[in-house]
Design a protein around this ligand. Structure first.
Ligand SMILES: *Cc1c(COP(=O)(O)O)cnc(C)c1O
Length: 392
């Protein structure tokens, strides 16, 4: 018999009652070190006092009015995101997939508005993840996500990961732009080199097409800059963000330059819930913390420390760990054993991690994780690798 909750997830049989910082607690009080961070969503950990206060204060004033009216908290969040990024304007939605969906629509209508409606196709990378809506599974091109959901949404041309020559030769008269993750997430953590992004930016300019970045996972400070593309010193035309911008409250944003947003006039796009007062109050509180002096620097430093210590574990456990990838606190451990076995081994040590493609496990902890908690994670990973290694 089917479960009341649609059985579309392969869930771990474990539930939590409360969280505090990087820790989660089950109803019987067992403590877990959360190095998965709700898949890069709990960027400031659980129950951060600044976020809790912002949500409580807004909850007592106003929850929702719809986008039929002005929403002051949304206007404030938009202005702050614009001030902190390449963007001139922001569209608010409720998830990563919706933010990417908006980016795709915006790229199409940009060329339509410029008199080139035939330019509707986006070049994307194999192994990418852009969400689970019909258009975003087509953008991702993962057979596992597409199977049974045909016909595919037309308009995406897939090229191998990190292959600039392939992108170049895929550009044709129907190309609207290139969409990619500057640091790949679900497909297995892998950062695109800065030189790649620089050359890609120049290529897009040369061909008159748009550069769309999906920073749903890599954004909001995770790599030690507010957005991962800042490391390369280039800016996109359109960018999708979500996950950590809401710190656990559903919130997605599509950011764009004024030029790229040309076609998005009144009535072209919308969302009932998008950018409602509750979500934007939390989004503003997240920015208060992430943009505070020194916050991003400490993410970079802690990421470096974690990565160095993981590299030492790789030396100690060469039969378990193959390679360490990632930037800042967005780290992938490529396994020699089956990655799900390492996730289970870590769970036995009361440490939560997230699987990924490329036989990796991901560590995406709260960005305010403390050094002692990093040491605790390393000890747990060491213990799990020792046990798993002994059985090989
Ligand atoms: C998680 C993710 C998405 C989809 O976000 P949802 O909120 O699950 O719709 C899209 N792109 C990337 C890079 C992601 O990591």
């Amino acid at each position: 018999m089917i479960t009341p909750v649609l059985p579309s997830y392969a869930r771990t049989d474990l539930a939590f009652e409360r969280g505090e910082g990087v820790y989660l607690y089950t109803a019987d009080g067992t403590r877990y070190l959360d190095m998965g961070g709700g898949i890069a969503v709990n960027g400031l950990g659980h129950a951060h006092p600044v976020l809790v206060a912002a949500l409580k204060a807004q909850a007592e004033k106003l929850w929702h009015t719809s986008n039929l009216y002005r929403i002051p908290e949304q206007e404030r969040l938009a202005a702050r995101l614009v001030a902190a990024t390449f963007a001139d304007t922001a569209f608010f939605c409720n998830s990563g997939a919706e933010a990417v969906e908006c980016a795709i629509k915006m790229a199409r209508i940009y060329h339509f508005a410029n008199g080139n409606p035939e330019r509707y196709r986006l070049i994307t990378q194999e192994g990418a993840f852009h969400g689970r809506t019909l258009a975003t599974i087509s953008a991702g091109g993962n057979e596992k996500h597409l199977k049974g959901f045909g016909p595919e949404v037309d308009g995406f041309d897939h090229v191998p990961f990190g292959d600039l020559a392939a992108i170049k030769s895929a550009i044709g008269p129907h190309t609207a732009g290139v969409l990619l993750e500057p640091v790949r997430g679900e497909g297995g953590i892998r950062a695109l080199p800065g030189a790649f992004l620089k050359e890609l930016r120049a290529l897009c300019d040369e061909k008159g097409i748009l550069l769309l970045l999906d920073e749903v996972q890599s954004g909001m400070g995770r790599t030690g800059k507010l957005f991962a593309h800042e490391w390369a010193g280039v800016t996109p035309d359109i960018m999708a963000i979500a996950k950590a911008i809401g710190g656990g409250f559903p919130l997605g944003v599509c950011l764009a330059t004024e030029a790229a947003a040309k076609g998005m006039t009144a009535g072209t796009h919308g969302s009932t819930f998008g950018g409602n007062p509750l979500a934007c109050a939390v989004g503003n509180a997240v920015l208060d913390v992430v943009l505070a002096d020194g916050f991003l620097e400490q993410v970079a430093q802690k990421g470096l420390r974690l990565k160095q210590q993981l590299a030492m574990l790789r030396e100690r456990h060469p039969k378990v760990i193959e390679e360490i990838y990632g930037e800042g606190l967005m780290i992938g451990i490529k396994c020699k054993i089956t990655n799900t076995d390492l996730v289970s081994g870590l769970l036995a040590e009361k440490l939560l991690s997230v699987g990924a493609g490329d036989n990796q496990i991901r560590l995406l902890p709260a960005m305010n994780i403390e050094d002692a908690q990093i040491a605790e994670a390393i000890a747990a990973i060491d213990a799990a690798c020792t046990k798993l290694g002994a059985t090989l």
